[in-house]
Design a protein around this ligand. Structure first.
Ligand code: CU
Length: 293
């Protein structure tokens, strides 16, 4: 049985590309491009192994019980029993142990993933706002020590540039609602909370282009909160910082008044103090401040 399964699995896998086989080996986890990835990988694989053990044990018991105690004659009635203290204790204690083990490894992984770095090579303040991202690079040499930024709109995806094998500290800031900073290939995401900046560090370990997105439903254009991540060499990074400086994109954007407006929609012009007069001004033939033109 096991041999047959192994053979059919081999036949199935032989039709797959190396990339697909690797993805299957990671049980679907995106390929890691950060130093925090391996911790998540181990937790992910460990959780699946635990699930298969518990699942196998449970399926085994179900199969065994249904074969061992199957009805042999049409007029058979099973032995009628009530209460079984050992069994009841087992199915109370076993799940508690399973949850405790998962909890222990989850906390340990969380501590590893969130471990701070004393002197990060780069500092980026991420502003997540409805509905795009701003990436502020603090005091980069490539920008002559100035703070520079790159921002997107819901129509234009912004780019986040990082240096391969150099530590980055991110501070996540939201001026409006909950967002979540998520780069699948970093095997990492963290909520962006209004009113409480959060911070984490990581080191991108693999040059390349990755996708980033908002992983918290934050409003009707949530699905447009996409960004690109470029992990590049120091030279390319410095050149990009220079480009941002040349484009006069200096300072730190933390959102705020910009977060109240959306491209294509006029700012609300109704003023509570003049609202009472609006009817009167309409009668006077004055254009309604809120009307279409
Ligand atoms: Cu969002």
């Amino acid at each position: 049985m096991v041999a047959a399964l192994a053979v059919s699995l081999l036949v199935l896998l032989s039709g797959c590309s190396d990339a697909t086989v690797d993805e299957l080996k990671r049980l679907g986890l995106p390929e890691s491009a950060s130093d925090r990835g391996p911790y998540i990988h181990d937790l992910w694989i460990g959780a699946w192994i635990a699930a298969f053990i518990v699942g196998g044990f449970t399926w085994g018991l179900i199969g065994w019980a249904s074969l061992r105690y199957r009805r042999r004659h049409s007029d058979d009635i099973p032995v009628q029993v009530r209460y079984n203290a050992p069994i009841e204790m087992l199915y109370t204690v076993a799940p508690v142990i399973a949850v405790a083990v998962l909890f222990y490894f989850t906390v340990q992984t969380q501590n590893d993933v969130l471990e701070d770095v004393e002197n990060p090579d780069h500092k980026v303040v991420v502003t997540a706002q409805q509905w795009s991202w701003t990436f502020n690079y603090l005091g980069e040499d490539g920008a002559g020590g100035e703070d520079v930024y790159d921002r997107g709109t819901s129509a234009v995806e912004p780019d986040l540039w990082l240096v391969e094998d150099e530590t980055v500290n991110f501070t996540l800031h939201s001026p409006d609602v909950l967002h979540s900073f998520f780069v699948p290939n970093f095997n990492f995401k963290m909520d962006v909370l209004p009113g409480r900046d959060q911070s984490f560090s990581l080191t991108p370990t693999k040059a390349g282009t990755y996708v980033g997105r908002c992983a918290e439903l934050c409003g009707y254009q949530h699905s447009r909160m996409l960004f690109n991540v470029y992990v590049v060499s120091q030279e390319e990074f410095d050149a990009h910082m220079q480009d941002l400086l040349d484009a006069d994109q200096t300072g730190i954007l933390r959102g705020g008044s910009e977060s109240e407006t959306v491209d294509g929609l006029e700012e609300s012009q109704s003023d509570p103090e003049t609202d009472d007069d609006s009817e009167a001004s309409n009668q006077d033939g004055q254009p309604d401040s809120g009307g279409e033109s």
